[in-house]
Design a protein around this ligand. Sequence first.
Ligand code: SDX
Length: 426
Amino acid sequence: MNETATIILDGKKYELPVIIGTEGEKAIDIRKLRQETGYITYDPGFGSTGSCKSAITFMDGEKGILRYRGIPIEQLAENSTFVETAYLLMNGELPNRTELNQIRVQLNDYSVVHEDMQDFFKSYPRASHPMGILSAMVNTLRSFYPELTNTEESINKTFLRLVSKVRTMAAMSYKISRGHKVVYPRQDYTYCANFLNMMFDSPVRSYEVDEELVKALNIFWILHADHEQNCSTATVRVVGSGQVNLYAAISAGISALWGPLHGGANQAVIAMLEEIKNNGGDLSNAVKKAKDKNDPFRLMGFGHRVYKTYDPRAKIMKKMCDIVLSKLTKSDPLLDIARKLEEVALKDPYFIDHHLYPNVDFYSGIVLRAMGIPTNMFTVMFAIGRLPGWISQWKESLDDPDWKISRPRQVYIGKNRTDYAPIGKR
Ligand code: SDX
């Protein structure tokens, strides 16, 4: 029997349908609420509001569970590659050998960027933030590939084109920002190896691809590949709901990710750890400021709208710090500070009572630093990882019979009707 929710408004009883998800999550279907009752709901930040039904990613914030198409993130990080995981998110199943080889060939074919685009990159001031450049350049791709339609074939081609070219453009942006020669993708390199080579190869010092770093980069991007209806994915869905082209929707998602409360947190964590290091490693001030209600400072890399326990991705990322640093026979004083900060925070009643734990961004910057990625590219690295998730979620919205243009309502708290006052009477 279908479950319903009963509400009584102005003395009248209403029955609203309840939707139950695969994992037992329940939602009150309020689509007809205003039409039947004249009431709307109020939920700034959408903490209690479901915007869609989705079969792509499942999260349990209380248990710290994350699964892509049902597969636990821990198994994907252990066994998969980023390209294989991107295929899984988009197509719903892991690729077989033939399918995997096919997408590898296509990603290679789509890996170069139109030569004219280099002039655009070169026109940016050298100190430009790469996230602003990336968002603009993804929108610009539409000018070079205007033929995108909503056919399966065209969408799959654009999916692979974006996954491959965004990675190439990120490396191009880095090289051009340093006045270095652009390094082209190579047919004999895998997706992640190509990125590292495009970033670090140079005419005077050839880059030796390190398979351990390639594996670490695969895991890094697998961990970032999707996360249900987060701020940037919700943005891609909202912008896409107006039926704009995919490039514009992804460009909007990149902009949403840039914020320090979202994907920009990985860069902000490093700035916070460096400030603590420069203060002689004194953690107490950061913790004190984070707990001070009158201080806007937040402990970056801590807390999450959904996870009220340890972010499962942060656990894997923390382990990767040791692996990558020991592989490179490097140490990083910021890792020691991060570990101490975690230890202090997780014992502090404020963080315990507020369910604040390390999230994916807390340790990710340490891994990227060890790889030699510049700090201002950390959020670009997040964007490359999240791209398959954004596109999969956008595609799912196209196929959703419930989907319509996003247009939230509001509670008006401004003036009642007021007449226009001529300038002489103001
Ligand atoms: C990502 O949504 C996703 O899935 C995002 C993401 C993804 O993969 O797409 O996981 C990636 O964006 C991870 C989050 C990265 N951001 C940060 O690390 C920035 C620091 N974190 C916070 O700003 C905060 O925790 C948020 C933004 C992540 C979540 O904020 P919420 O859910 O809106 O919580 P809130 O701001 O309403 O805070 C609730 C309480 C408040 O205290 P009270 O007023 O209730 O007493 O917790 C406190 C906050 O002051 N709080 C923090 C804190 N985070 C929340 N206090 C100190 N430090 C923090 N980091």
